[in-house]
Design a binder for this molecule. Structure first.
Ligand code: THU
Length: 134
């Protein structure tokens, strides 16, 4: 599967978003080494802070199925933004722990804007498990 096809999967994932408050649907699609694709969408809550973004929904779904960092080849994220979507800070922290440095991250929108980054581009100097070692 190429990046355009993975981005299409993320666009389709937006249909599953639960966004009664923001009405802003985001989709995420992960391509795994075994060829499978796992999708996620943002799931909101009346207690707004409990909202789960599309990126975390997809990554938690993958981990729940037993996949780990090195299984995730690429990640596509799509929202209806003017330019490519920019993941929130919480998702950047989660992405930095749950994918590896080689995972290609495609930030896109509905107008075919595309920026390709890796986890270090999204969150340099991230807090990691190593920071807890003395
Ligand atoms: N959201 C995501 O799911 N991913 C992003 O990268 C940006 C923001 C969601 C959270 C909330 O449901 C809505 O978009 C508006 O912030």
């Amino acid at each position: 599967m190429n990046k355009e096809e993975l981005i299409q999967k993320a666009i389709q994932a937006r249909d599953n978003a639960y966004t009664p408050y923001s009405k802003f649907n985001v989709g995420c699609a992960l391509l795994l080494k075994d060829g499978s694709v796992i999708i996620g969408a943002n799931i909101e809550n009346a207690s707004y802070g409990l909202t789960n973004c599309a990126e975390r929904s997809a990554l938690f779904a993958a981990y729940s199925k037993g996949y780990r960092q090195d299984d995730i080849l690429s990640m596509a994220i799509v929202g209806d933004t003017d330019k490519f979507i920019s993941p929130c800070g919480a998702c950047r922290q989660v992405i930095s722990e749950l994918v590896n440095e080689k995972t290609a991250i495609y930030l896109s929108n509905l107008n075919n804007d595309l920026k390709e980054v890796n986890k270090h581009d999204l969150l340099p100097f991230s807090f990691t498990n190593k920071d807890m070692e003395k």
